[in-house]
Design a protein around this ligand. Sequence first.
Ligand code: C5P
Length: 228
Amino acid sequence: MSKTHLIIVAAGSGSRFGSPLPKQFCELAGRPVVMHAIDALQRAIANASCAIVLAPDRVEYWHALCEQYHFTSPQVVIGGDTRWQSVKNALDVAPADADLIAIHDGARPLPSQEMILAVINAFDDPKVQGAVPAIAVTDSLRMICNEGSKPIDRSLLRAVQTPQAFRADLLRRAYQMPYQPTFTDDASVMEAAGFTSIALPQGSPDNIKITNPRDIAIAEAILHFSSK
Ligand code: C5P
């Protein structure tokens, strides 16, 4: 049986959220967003080791939250100025014997158990190097170009979510490369390192990333309807 290590990245400042409290710490249905995320992953992948990546000035605050909500903190890692640097810091201290590493945005509180397991089960295929939940795009799309903009075929595109999981040795090698601004997620880092066998299990429209304050109300509604 493979050993999985979980990394929850929560070191962002949430500048788009427009509140002094980063989005991952805002309260959703009675507890901080990031606690929902950690719980969901730990429930789905029993016995996985786990780390949370935090900004240096949020560590004390996080421990106070854990006390307040009677929550057991995973290992704490100090993050960096970019998501890439935050993941890299967590990889530096990840257990050497992990076979798979799954990375999840602390700002995504509602990954379903089914989706997390689909990501992990993708590795039953020995050719798979990474697995990334993805969903079809429902809006019509246009690409900006010199002439203004032009339509593009949405059937060729997928929106990508987390958790994203990878074979640990390959992910460590991919993160040896220097930073590029196009590294918006971990699959893009793997791809740039030549590890292109990435499975795309079905993501979920409920697996939203809290970005604007109104997303908290949307997440509350999703929780409300999914508990019916
Ligand atoms: O900024 P964005 O929404 O893409 O961030 C995705 C996730 O990465 C969030 O959970 C955020 O806290 C985390 N992050 C991080 N370190 C950074 C920037 C973002 O851990 N420097």
